[in-house]
Design a protein around this ligand. Structure first.
Ligand SMILES: [Zn+2]
Length: 235
């Protein structure tokens, strides 16, 4: 089985990193697709340098989870709203042949996330159509698609993954994304980040999802077709 996470920036996978780690630990394969290298999320570090820093951070974070990483090199804060990204993702889905795809809900905060989520969802369907001819054969059936659950969405999650055994791996992985957690008004650069505060917030969120699903720590998702499933989508 192959799980593919499609995100916009390095660190977007944090919402699903316990699930990714669990999936790999269960003997499956996971790939994290990162549409941009996050080169504009700082007020001082030049974009090219920031991209290098975040590429390195992303690679280290993925290694902790046991996942492969693919960068698509779109520009941070400029992910296109048109079909270009969707068409690229059709071929990516066809070449990776995932069983499960995790991505953003198309109504979530920030244009990059929305555009990636919408393009990924539409690409998953289009990739399955044999009469859509590209350089790759159609990938059927359509992968199971899940959106990241977010308190800002009007939809309640319907799938909870128990990540209690993977909360430490999740924390270790996110600790590599130091440049993402800068406080623009306080930190001189990303070396003085309040990592403990970040870790506590992430743990707290996973504990809340755990309370909602009766386990110590969980991550929450919204299934595309609102199929109510058991706690896990693992085979
Ligand atoms: Zn992001």
């Amino acid at each position: 089985m192959h799980l593919v996470f499609i995100g916009a920036h390095p660190d977007d996978e944090t919402s699903a990193s316990g699930t990714i780690a669990k999936y790999v630990d269960n003997g499956h394969r996971a790939t994290i697709v990162v549409v941009t290298r996050g080169g504009r999320g700082h007020w001082k570090i030049p974009s090219g340098e920031l991209e290098k820093i975040r590429t390195g951070e992303m690679e280290k974070a993925a290694k902790v989870l046991g996942a492969d990483v693919i960068f698509l090199d779109y520009k941070d804060a400029d992910v296109p709203a048109g079909d270009a990204l969707k068409e690229e993702l059709v071929d990516l889905v066809r070449s990776l042949r995932p069983d499960i795809v995790l991505t953003f809900h198309p109504l979530v905060w920030r244009d990059d996330h929305r555009r990636v989520g919408l393009a990924a969802a539409d690409a998953c369907f289009k990739a399955c159509l044999p009469l859509v001819e590209t350089g790759f054969p159609a990938h059927r059936p359509v992968p199971d698609l899940y959106f990241i659950g977010s308190p800002m969405l009007p939809l309640e999650p319907d799938v909870f993954i128990d990540i209690s055994d993977y909360i430490d791996v999740k924390v270790e992985s996110l600790s590599h994304h130091a440049s993402q957690w800068v406080r623009w008004d306080i930190d001189e650069d990303y070396s003085t980040v309040d990592l403990e505060g970040v870790v506590e917030r992430v743990r707290h969120r996973a504990r809340q999802r755990g309370l909602e699903s009766g386990v110590p720590y969980a991550e929450a998702f919204i299934s595309q077709y609102r199929r109510r499933r058991a706690l896990d989508f693992f085979p």
